[in-house]
Design a protein around this ligand. Structure first.
Ligand SMILES: NC(=O)c1ccc[n+]([C@@H]2O[C@H](COP(=O)([O-])OP(=O)(O)OC[C@H]3O[C@@H](n4cnc5c(N)ncnc54)[C@H](OP(=O)(O)O)[C@@H]3O)[C@@H](O)[C@H]2O)c1
Length: 350
């Protein structure tokens, strides 16, 4: 029997790379599409690579001619107008379209708990770059754009041939955004580590390989819209303990539990302290629909261990975004000192 054919749009940094690996393991014949920039890595030898830009109609036309495909997994959907053009070009040559979207499409993210039925941002299927606006804590032009791309796919392929995946935070080997790498390196540096909020706060980062396996499973015949995240049975305390354990660190962790105080000191959520977010909806994403459809997620410690192995393997290539995250050592020490002084004052006053 002929192998099923999968086209992966954007294939070599992080999620795209994991989708290619998952598809090869599941017995797909894989074609990848990317510009071919050296620093984002090579595709495996046993895939066919087509070079070109997602925004270039001629390149997308070549892709359609390379079909037919049983499915496409699209990691490059950010600008609705581009995604609409890609979807229309590929529709006659593709049975199913799996688009990687995000929880940022929800109007209520990160403030409210979310299910797939929660309201989604309004964006036209043919909107141009950076639609909508950026708010604080939300929404974002990123979320608006993804919402428009979802619409482009669903309108072109119809609900029975379209799969929309809405992951929250994705971690794991090759993560170039740098959230887990920052925490692992911070633990390696040891000393006193500033942790924010409660160690008991549930978090839902999902391993890139689990998202990829689910994407490939959907490519084989599962339509619908799915939130993709960990179930929330592990906490920020579990996460930092795992980071400390896999790096062999003897760091001590100081939890600054007064979050308004920490914010008043000028410490930024999400970026300076990766994964710290005070809004109630940030980690309240319902994933029961994806689980019923076959999503399986691994424990955080496995993600931390394998990411540390990759970071220390010598094969890592720095992405242009690496270094955007994390509190500076000087600021961390200053905040910890101020916190201790404040705690001493409070004890003295009692
Ligand atoms: N990271 C998270 O926490 C998170 C959370 C939710 C959703 N997501 C979504 O997950 C998806 C993940 O993608 P990733 O960044 O991990 O991707 P990836 O697919 O592993 O990496 C990006 C790939 O796309 C190629 N590429 C970039 N721009 C291109 C263009 N204009 N035309 C053709 N190829 C292009 C790059 O190769 P070349 O440089 O060689 O072109 C690279 O192979 C995104 O849609 C993102 O919105 C991520």
């Amino acid at each position: 029997m002929a192998m099923p054919r999968l086209l992966v749009l954007g294939s070599s940094w992080f999620l795209g790379r994991a989708v290619v690996d998952a598809a090869l393991s599941a017995g797909w014949e894989v074609t990848t599409f990317r510009r071919g920039r050296h620093e984002s890595g090579d595709d495996p030898a046993n895939v066919t690579t087509i070079r070109g830009d997602y925004a270039d109609p001629a390149a997308v036309g070549r892709l359609a001619k390379a079909g037919p495909f049983d499915a496409v997994v699209d990691n490059l959907a950010y600008t609705p107008r581009e995604t609409l053009a890609v979807a229309r070009a590929l529709e006659p040559a593709t049975n199913r379209y799996v688009m990687v979207s995000t929880v940022s499409v929800y109007e209520g993210w990160p403030v409210e708990p979310l299910t797939e039925d929660s309201a989604v941002l309004e964006c036209a299927a043919d909107a141009g770059p950076n639609p909508g606006y950026d708010g604080d804590p939300g929404p974002s032009t990123y979320g608006f754009g993804k919402a428009g791309c979802e619409r482009a796919i669903t309108e072109t392929f119809g609900p029975d041939r379209a799969t929309i995946l809405r992951p929250g935070v994705i971690l794991g080997p090759h993560e170039y955004v740098g959230r887990l790498p920052w925490w692992l390196r911070r633990m390696e540096r040891a000393g006193e580590v500033l942790a924010a909020g409660s160690p008991d706060r549930s978090i839902q980062p999902v391993d890139v390989r689990d998202v990829a396996a689910f994407a490939v499973r959907c490519a084989a015949g599962q339509a619908g819209i799915f939130n993709v995240a960990a179930p929330g049975d592990e906490t920020m305390g579990d996460f930092l303990t795992a980071c400390r354990r896999v790096t062999g660190s003897d760091a001590t962790i100081t939890w600054i539990t007064d979050e308004p105080w920490l914010i008043d000191q000028g410490v930024r959520q999400w970026t300076e302290i990766p994964l710290w977010r005070t809004y109630a909806g940030a980690w309240a994403v319902d994933t029961s629909r994806a689980r019923a459809a076959g999503l399986v997620t691994r424990p955080l410690v496995d993600t931390a261990r394998d990411t540390w192995e990759w970071l220390t393997s010598g094969t890592m290539v720095e992405h242009e975004r690496a270094g955007e995250l994390g509190i500076s050592p000087v600021k961390e020490v200053a905040i910890l000192q101020a916190w201790r002084a404040r705690e001493a004052d409070r004890c003295g006053a009692q």
